[in-house]
Design a protein around this ligand. Structure first.
Ligand code: ZN
Length: 489
């Protein structure tokens, strides 16, 4: 036992605890969800993308995924996070009016974006943390608000910055630190990049500038994959890379101007986001009907106008108080101006009908749970939440998606059938058996230590009388180490 049995035993016990901790971490499934904003489904075919190819060759790709109506950034990122259509989670546009709060939510307005009351449903980080997981979020709509009393364990406050590879690498390094932190490791990380959306808006989706930006997205993907390999995460980490919507080209000649056709003073709120308009009529006899009639007759060939009750059910966009009594939606490539002072001319836009191909985002994924080299038929983005919960081994909150819609992406052993449940059960039993076994070892060790300490103390007593006794060394327990003079002060 040496001269200080307590130190020896303490060290030994710590070692065992660390081994158990590592063993548990080693088997915890991990997930990294990445969004490249505005990455249209067919952008991968615009140029060589050797790093995205690393993912698709060793993982899965969907032909495209269908985003939710309206095809805008905040609503769709939050749909991915919650598995809910926009009417269900309540982020029905980037800007919307809430008649009960009598407030207008607006991206870029910190007061509303950080206010949890606007964010319905249960985003994946909340589901994860309520079930014992830890999450780190490097930018995601909703991640800065307290939702159901929970904020991500770690999150970054969104800062608008110019695009640079150095910044993107720093962001990646931070996320890799979260995923490997020995003290407070996360099992779920979310990472957001604002491109190629920004470039697509300015130069249009068919521009050479967008091609360059796709290459830059591919570069950072390569860096992310390299870091994952370097940190030994490859066999543990599942990576989903997707986007919120696509992009289509715009033309200055395809605009209508509301001021030419209606008296905007008849509206209480007129929220125009160019590809669509939410119209809240003032109260008064027949005002709503009059506005609807006038708006409907502007250009029915290029701009759809619905009373809220008539919005096509396939949009899943009616059952929420934040959806205006009258909704306008421009056809793909068309725009709506409030008046002639509006100069919202961009060469690329999104937010149109979500059944249009140009609105569809891409989806690729790799990791232990995914098939290798598989191309999937399209699916809706509401299903990604169920997929993420399945990967993390947590129960999903009520949502509009289903794992059935995405189970084709999973390697056979992860497909959720009866056999899978059995495997999961086996895993749970094995885990608890391991914990019990560990506990027994610790208890046995403790008993051993206590016995050793008692025996030591007994020997101290015996040896203290030894010099005065007539006992010889051969008469002591021969299994013990010889007593040296240095054993006692
Ligand atoms: Zn976006």
């Amino acid at each position: 036992m040496g001269r200080n049995p307590q130190i020896f035993v303490k060290t030994f016990l710590y070692a065992i605890l660390i081994i158990f901790q590592l063993a548990v971490c080693e088997h915890t499934p991990k997930l990294l969800l990445i969004s490249f904003d505005g990455f249209r489904w067919d952008y991968l075919s615009k140029t060589d993308t050797p790093n995205f190819d690393r993912i698709t060759n060793n993982g899965v790709r969907a032909k495209w995924i269908k985003d939710s109506f309206t095809s805008l950034t905040f609503p769709n990122h939050y749909t991915i996070a919650t598995g809910l259509y926009e009417e269900s989670h309540g982020i029905v546009a980037n800007i919307f009016y809430d008649p009960v709060f009598n407030e207008t939510f607006q991206i870029g307005n910190e007061t509303t974006v950080l206010d949890g009351k606007f964010w319905g449903g249960e985003p994946i980080w909340v589901t994860n943390q309520l079930q014992g997981g830890r999450t780190g979020v490097y930018y995601w709509p909703g991640s800065e608000a307290e939702i159901k009393g929970v904020r991500p364990n770690i999150y970054e406050k969104y800062i608008k910055q110019e695009v640079s590879m150095a910044l993107w690498r720093n962001r990646t390094d931070t996320v890799i630190e979260w995923l490997t932190d020995p003290e407070n490791v996360v099992d779920l990380a979310l990472l957001y990049f604002k491109e190629p959306d920004h470039t697509g808006h300015i130069y249009g989706p068919e521009s050479p500038e967008v091609v360059q930006m796709i290459q830059q997205c591919d570069n950072i993907t390569g860096y992310i994959l390299d870091q994952i390999e370097e940190h030994g995460l490859s066999n543990l980490l599942n990576i989903i890379i997707t986007s919120d919507h696509g992009m289509t080209g715009m033309n200055r000649s395809r605009f209508i101007t509301l001021d030419d056709h209606i008296d905007t003073h008849q509206t209480k709120h007129l929220i125009n986001y160019i590809v669509g308009t939410s119209v809240w009529p003032k109260s008064g006899e027949n005002i709503t009907e009059e506005l609807y009639k006038n708006l409907s007759s502007i250009d029915p060939e290029h701009v759809q106008v619905w009373m809220k009750k008539d919005i096509p059910p396939e949009y899943h966009y009616a059952n929420n108080r934040r959806i205006a009594p009258i909704l306008m939606s421009a056809n793909e490539g068309w725009g709506i101006k409030e008046n002639w002072n509006d100069t919202h001319y961009l060469l690329g836009r999104h937010g149109f009908n979500n059944s249009k191909m140009d609105m569809h985002p891409f989806f690729v994924a790799t990791g232990p749970v995914f098939k290798k080299g598989f191309i999937s038929e399209p699916f809706e983005n509401v299903n990604i939440y169920s997929l993420m919960c399945h990967i993390l081994g947590i129960n999903p909150a009520p949502n509009n998606g289903s794992l059935d819609a995405v189970k084709q992406l999973l390697a056979d052993e992860y497909i959720p059938d009866e056999e899978y449940k059995y495997t999961q059960l086996q895993f749970t039993i094995a885990k608890w058996a391991g914990i019990c076994f560990g506990a027994i070892i610790v208890i046995v060790l403790l008993i051993y230590v206590i016995k050793e300490l008692k025996m030591n103390s007994q020997m101290r007593k015996e040896v203290s009388g030894f010099s005065n006794s007539n006992l010889t060394y051969s008469e002591r327990d021969e299994n013990r180490e010889p007593l040296l003079s240095t054993d006692f002060p």
